[in-house]
Write a protein that binds this ligand. Structure first.
Ligand SMILES: *[C@@H]1O[C@H](CO)[C@@H](O)[C@H](O)[C@H]1NC(C)=O
Ligand SMILES: *[C@@H]1O[C@H](CO)[C@@H](O)[C@H](O)[C@H]1NC(C)=O
Ligand SMILES: *[C@@H]1O[C@H](CO)[C@@H](O)[C@H](O)[C@H]1NC(C)=O
Length: 412
């Protein structure tokens, strides 16, 4: 799955400096690529939106548990002459794990989803998950403190998404359309299944959906998932998981030494064979990602791989689970409870090693009682995980269908 996005990021980093996938930097891994890179000081609007001639506002929203998240709003298309009376439909765009909102803006503007949506009349809001570079503030905790990192994707379901939805809803007074990629689909599905957000939601487009992960079949992924729960917590404690840091670096190297794990072509091994990435975009990706998450989140994602069910964080001890949940096992997120009339668009790729076709099959099975006219499914044979955000032809192949899906909801 998506915790593999970490490795996906890592492999991109490894490959970045190479004319072709090879592990020339096997020893240095990606550190040397990072040393000279500073995050854009002025934020995502200035570096990646305003430069292309669009309006963009940097905003922030505070979650109920105190995290201060950054949010970018692109209120209208390029050079749009706005009809003041017309109400635009808001769209929230939610990235995956170990990246931030910037990943949507690395391609040229006519290929970038947020700008395409803005040019097509949407009011676009880009979310940035807690722990990523522009969402590292808290009302009382400092990122250097382990307490800042005491969360998994359960808290993204309970706090991050509700905060962002609540804010956008209060600002626009409109029901919200949602686009998620990877972990951004997992937290949405989990939210909808417990009845969160649905009152403020108009429709949701899920790209490279991640819910069930038991078929994720790459050797490195499986070894990583097994290692995570055991080794990694002792290695790092439940603190920050920083893909740029030395401990993570060493961890990946140790995994690559496992028998049967071939790190020669990490990108392909982990995300699948992306058909359509632009090397300039990949370079830009490496300048901007990966971003940190919490180790607890990585453990939770690894549990999803190992246990094959979608459940809350497992403390791996009945007494701890009872302490947190009143039960020996963590409660399940039952995706069959997603309201059957919620308009959903699901797009998945035939070469996506993280969002495996069989796992997407399990997801669609959980949605089998969904109203047939409320569920659109798109399958793209040649696409892998990263093609959905950075593919040079993603507009033609995916985003146009997302636009048509959203527009269909307001014609309906
Ligand atoms: C690849 O990215 C570069 C830099 O943004 C751009 O000039 C070029 O047109 C892109 N190529 C394709 C095929 O989209
Ligand atoms: C982490 O937060 C949980 C509540 O979500 C709390 O029970 C636990 O004690 C915290 N752990 C640490 C190490 O602070
Ligand atoms: C999930 O919910 C459906 C319908 O509400 C129910 O039939 C099914 O047994 C539930 N699954 C689990 C694992 O609880």
């Amino acid at each position: 799955m998506d915790f593999l996005s970490s490795f996906f990021s890592i492999c991109l980093l490894v490959i970045a400096g190479e004319p072709h996938p090879s592990l020339a930097s096997r020893t240095g891994f990606f550190r040397h690529k990072y040393a000279d890179v500073e995050p854009p000081p002025d934020g995502i609007c200035a570096s990646s939106v305003i430069v292309h001639g669009y309006k963009c506002q940097e905003l922030q929203v505070t979650t109920k548990d105190g995290y201060i998240l950054s949010l970018q709003r692109i209120p209208e298309g390029r050079n749009e002459v706005r009809d003041k009376g017309s109400k635009k439909q808001p769209v929230i765009i939610q990235h995956g794990v170990l990246v931030d909102g910037m990943t949507w803006l690395l391609n040229p503007p006519e290929q970038s989803l947020p700008l395409i949506l803005a040019d097509n009349g949407f009011d676009v809001w880009i979310a940035n998950t807690r722990g990523t570079r522009y969402s590292r503030r808290h009302t009382s905790l400092d990122p250097s403190s382990p307490d800042f990192w005491n969360w998994s994707w359960d808290e993204l379901v309970s706090y991050d998404l509700p905060a962002v939805f609540g804010y956008v809803f209060s600002q626009t007074g409109q029901k919200i359309n949602y686009v998620g990629h990877s972990q951004g689909t997992l937290i949405a599905l989990a939210s909808f299944s417990v009845g969160n957000l649905v009152n403020q939601l108009k429709s949701a487009a899920l790209l490279s959906p991640i819910a069930y992960l038991s078929h994720m079949n790459t050797a490195l992924g499986v070894v990583a998932a097994k290692s995570f729960v055991g080794e990694i917590t002792t290695l790092f404690g439940l603190t920050e998981f920083d893909p740029r840091g030395l401990p993570v670096n060493a961890f990946v190297k140790s995994l690559c030494a496992y028998p049967g794990v071939d790190c020669y072509d990490l990108l392909t091994a982990l995300t699948g064979k992306n058909c359509c990435l632009n090397s300039s975009t990949v370079d830009l990706f490496l300048k901007n990602e990966p971003q940190p998450t919490s180790t607890k989140n990585m453990v939770h994602l690894a549990q999803t791989v190992r246990h094959g069910v979608l459940a809350k964080f497992n403390y791996e001890r009945p007494d701890y689970n009872i302490m947190h949940y009143g039960e020996a096992f963590p409660p399940l997120y039952n995706l069959s409870n997603i309201p059957h009339d919620l308009p959903l668009f699901v797009s998945y790729g035939g070469r996506d090693a993280l969002s495996d076709v069989l796992d997407v099959g399990n997801l669609l099975d959980a949605l089998k009682f969904h109203d047939v006219d409320k569920l659109s499914v798109q399958f793209i044979k040649d696409y892998a995980h990263a093609d959905y955000i950075m593919g040079v032809n993603a507009k033609d192949i995916v985003y146009n269908d997302v636009l048509a899906f959203f527009k269909h909801q307001f014609d309906a």
